[in-house]
Ligand binder design. Structure first.
Ligand code: FAD
Ligand code: NAD
Length: 468
């Protein structure tokens, strides 16, 4: 008789693989199903990891080109070896995805290669590229099938000239002119990679601001910094079509609200207007699983769908499409299934944009606090007044802490600056413990560190920062 699994996870991205590992650690007999040749999902194969490999390499390239002389390092100028930079990215991906293979083996998780579909509660059919389908019997099923790029109506991507993030991570030459459609996280991160390597980057954004959802002051400052780096922004503008010409591409743009059209010539266009849940071929209808108006699998607070024994986590359900959100849901669900009290604190999920400078945010923005009618105070500190930042030539940006006007409890933290993505976590931990700005301000911080700017922003919520 075939094995009966306690849990079968469809999809091995950060949601799926983390859920599988945690469930195995909690004593469950676990299977995973993956349709791609490697584990790790979008994040490890075509998302977080390869983009950060290119962001790191391109940042060092730009640093050597633009700042080494000021630091007293005279070089003849760095020469780009794009083939090697892409090979470095591929190596990093390989090492990460094989790491997941190791974790599955270590935790005695059985993997099935192929497209998983739900034949009903307790039944998953896996159809491989070649060969016969496998039939899995399982007590519980987790849908962790993630998301794919949202297409732009009228614009067909070919991953060569008109690309999604996947093509933008593998361009074999630096485009002279890169058109980025969408000033969100992907557009600004991958736009930064190619700008640093020499591309002219033009961003077309439908809304009147970049990075919707981030604190407005942060977004405005960041737009100024990117403009200084050579980005051009067309806000409140939409792309209505792109034609292939003999020399490249011609994009038609017009004001978002309608009006006179104009054209932009470019070599490559990146469509980065968001991502949508991926549930194709999963058999949601057969199993009677409900989705919401945006195609996301509907779940309750414990990740259960409307069908008993079937759960969903990660990008395929509501909430921010972030790897760490998916991972935390994976852990919480495994614990819930094991009878424990798994939980995700959605109010304290950090968001980081890995550009230079980095942008990092946790908790509420000023706009959200105003809208909610919460009385708050603002403590701000610029990196221009931080000794370490000066030594590193990294003085762009600031730290902003938002605290409750009466109780001093920290409600949000927002950082534009070098290393922001690391520094944000001390604010996140403070918020997990319901800490006050004064708690942070009274915590001794090593000198000279960039993190002292976080403490100074906390001090600015009280009597005032010391160094400004
Ligand atoms: P995914 O990672 O999308 O994994 C889903 C998996 O399910 C895939 O492997 C897919 O092949 C498999 N699958 C789907 N359907 C089936 C099926 N029927 N049968 C079998 N297998 C199936 N987030 C961050 O937090 N930080 C970042 O720096 C970051 N950078 C990003 C950069 C880019 C370019 C992109 C595109 C995304 C980035 N993200 C980042 C977002 C992050 O990748 C996602 O939030 C995360 O991967 C979601 O995890 P998931 O497990 O829900 O799904
Ligand atoms: P996004 O939602 O971050 O940004 C999309 C942008 O496109 C928005 O500013 C939106 O207003 C704009 N837009 C939408 N339709 C448009 C149109 N027709 N014309 C012009 N602009 C339009 O989406 P993304 O950048 O594609 O990223 C997708 C997801 O991947 C995000 O949810 C993000 O969380 C995740 N991601 C995260 C990271 C990170 O954490 N560092 C990095 C990359 C991706």
């Amino acid at each position: 008789m075939a094995d009966v699994f306690d849990l079968t996870v469809i999809g091995t991205g950060p949601g799926g693989y983390v859920c599988a590992v945690r469930a195995a650690q909690l004593g469950m007999k676990v299977a995973v199903v993956e349709k791609w040749p490697t584990f790790g999902g979008t994040c490890l194969n075509i998302g977080c990891i390869p983009s950060k490999a290119l962001l790191h390499a391109s940042e060092l390239f730009a640093e050597a080109r633009d700042h080494f002389d000021t630091l007293g390092i005279d070089i003849d100028g760095p020469r780009l070896n794009l083939e090697q930079m892409l090979a470095h990215k591929d190596d990093v991906v390989k090492s990460n995805v094989t790491g997941i293979e190791y974790l599955f083996k270590k935790n005695k998780i059985t993997s099935f290669a192929g497209m998983g579909s739900i034949a009903g509660p307790g039944r998953v059919v896996v159809t491989p590229d070649k060969g016969e389908p496998a039939h899995i019997e399982t007590k519980n099923i987790v849908i962790a099938t993630g998301s794919v790029s949202t297409p732009l109506p009228g614009v067909e991507t070919d991953e060569d000239l008109i690309v999604t993030s996947t093509g933008a991570l593998a361009l074999d030459k630096v485009p002279a002119k890169l058109l980025v459609i969408g000033a969100g996280v992907i557009g600004l991160e991958l736009g930064s990679v190619w700008a640093r390597l020499g591309a002219e980057v033009i961003v077309v954004e439908f809304l009147d601001r970049i990075l919707p959802g981030m604190d407005g002051e942060v977004a405005r400052q960041f737009q100024r910094l990117l403009t200084k780096q050579g980005f051009t922004f067309h806000l409140s503008t939409k792309v209505t079509g792109i034609d292939r010409t003999e020399t490249g591409l011609k994009a038609r743009i017009e004001p978002a609200k309608g009006g006179d059209a104009s054209e932009i010539d470019c070599d490559v266009a990146l469509v980065a207007i968001g991502r949508r849940p991926y549930t194709e071929g999963l058999g949601l209808e057969v199993a009677g699983i409900e989705t919401d108006e945006r195609g996301r699998v509907r779940t309750d607070a414990h990740y259960k769908t409307n069908v008993d024994g079937i759960y969903a986590i990660g990008d395929v359900i509501a909430g921010p499409m972030l790897a760490h959100k998916a991972e935390d849901e994976g852990v919480a669900l495994a614990e819930i299934l094991a009878g424990e009290a798994g939980h995700v604190n959605y109010g304290i999920i950090p968001g980081v944009v890995y550009t230079s400078p980095e942008i990092a945010s946790v908790g509420r923005t000023e706009e959200e606090l105003k809208q909610a009618g919460v009385k708050y105070k603002v403590g701000k500190f610029p990196f221009t007044a931080n000794g370490r930042a000066k030594a590193m030539l990294k003085t762009d940006g600031f730290v902003k802490i938002l605290a409750d006007a009466e109780t001093d409890r920290v409600l949000g933290g927002h950082i534009v600056g070098h290393g922001a993505g690391e520094m944000i976590h001390e604010i996140a931990v403070l918020m997990e413990f319901s800490g006050a700005a004064e708690d942070l301000a009274r915590t001794c911080h090593a000198h000279p560190t960039l993190s002292e700017a976080v403490r100074e922003a906390a001090l600015a919520c009280g009597l005032g920062a010391i160094h400004i």
